[in-house]
Design a binder for this molecule. Structure first.
Ligand SMILES: C[S@@+](CC[C@H](N)C(=O)[O-])C[C@H]1O[C@@H](n2cnc3c(N)ncnc32)[C@H](O)[C@@H]1O
Length: 341
């Protein structure tokens, strides 16, 4: 067992996005293996989880435990758990989002109650959700990183993955992406204030209708703009109006509460479009996808967001802008833009 310096960070990400994680933190990579689904970084005393687009989770590494014996992993792991803080709100046993990681998850599920029992017996677990969480990350079956997370600066989901269940009547799996975006970007009070039945939304690039369906399920009235057809129940839902128009030209007659956009286009072009909607006062809030199939993904994202900030700042508009690569995002990221005040 070896004690780490306190400012070493463990970040989980979508496998294949390790370099993007390193690039956006500007920290020194200690471990950054392509397609591993995680990175270990140092040299940054503070990182903000909300400001990291490619991070699914942000953990403070306390210790690493190497060469775990197959017959007794419990003893060395218990010995490596730091004395401070004296209590944790939860124990998370985690694995990377890879095939190897999935094979380890059977072990972590079996191991969880054993370790929890030991921690309970020594009064290390509390029901106070404000306390740090204890994470034990297994990159493979012989090594572990002992970490803690600050509930205000991390994801509350196991493995940093917010799981959403699919409803049988959703027209496409994209439904899950917008559902996850609402959960990740909005707290419970924002969800109930900002997604009230009767509110209005425009969905640009709506077909086959997953995002539109997600909004209609929450009671919003939706104008779905796409030259392609809506499918399943979205095609006949009374709260959904389908317009076969160009999403880049369409503007609503009256301002709407939400704009959502999933058109497959250059990030700069989508960013400019969303900015125009805000400057024109056509919407209060937007959730949209920026597709990043290019090599320099972080640069392309930064350029697009930079364009938006510059134009909004020039107009004196106050806003909140957050970007996350969600679990349901592939080579893309999801953005929330909300007017403040
Ligand atoms: C990734 S799909 C959208 C999936 C949708 N969000 C869902 O949940 O089912 C992209 C859609 O954008 C539409 N699209 C692309 N360019 C467009 C444009 N200029 N105007 C309107 N729709 C466009 C395509 O026809 C396609 O249906």
């Amino acid at each position: 067992m070896q004690t780490q310096s306190p400012q070493q960070w463990l970040i989980y990400c979508r496998p294949g996005f390790e370099r993007d994680c390193v690039e956006e933190t500007q920290a020194k990579p200690i471990i950054a293996i392509d397609n591993s689904g995680y990175v270990v970084l140092q040299g940054k005393p503070h990182l903000s989880f909300k400001q990291l687009t490619f991070a699914r989770q942000l953990l403070d590494i306390q210790a690493d435990v190497a060469n775990l014996p197959e017959r007794d992993r419990l003893t060395p792991l218990l010995a490596a758990i730091p004395d401070s803080p004296s209590q944790f709100s939860a124990l998370y046993l985690e694995v990377p989002d890879t095939n190897e990681g999935k094979m380890l998850s059977g072990f972590t599920r079996r191991f969880q109650p054993l370790l929890e029992e030991k921690l309970q017996a020594s009064h290390r677990l509390s029901s106070d959700m404000a306390l740090p969480r204890l994470h034990i990350f297994f990159p493979d079956n012989q090594n572990a990183l002992i970490c803690i997370s600050n509930p205000l600066n991390s994801s509350a989901s196991l493995n940093g993955i917010h799981r959403i269940s699919m409803t049988h009547d959703a027209p496409s799996r994209s439904y899950l992406k917008l559902a996850e975006a609402f959960e990740v970007f909005l707290d419970k009070s924002e969800q109930s204030q900002w997604l009230k039945p009767g509110m209005t939304a425009v969905d640009l690039g709506a077909a086959p209708g997953g995002w539109t369906w997600q909004l209609a399920q929450r009671g919003l009235k939706v104008i779905a703009v796409d030259n392609g057809p809506l499918k399943g129940a979205a095609a006949t839902h009374p709260a959904i109006k389908h317009l076969r128009q160009d999403g880049f030209r369409f503007r609503p007659q009256r301002p709407v509460d939400w704009l959502v956009c999933d058109m497959v286009e250059q990030p700069q072009r989508v960013a400019t479009l969303i900015t125009e909607w805000f400057i024109g006062g056509f919407t209060q809030r937007a959730i949209f996808n920026l597709k990043l199939p290019m090599k320099k993904r972080f640069v392309a994202l930064n350029d697009a967001l930079g364009t938006m900030r510059k134009a909004l700042d020039a107009k004196g508009i106050r806003y909140r802008l957050e970007a996350k690569q969600l679990y349901h995002d592939r080579e893309e990221v999801t953005i929330l833009l909300a007017r403040k005040g």
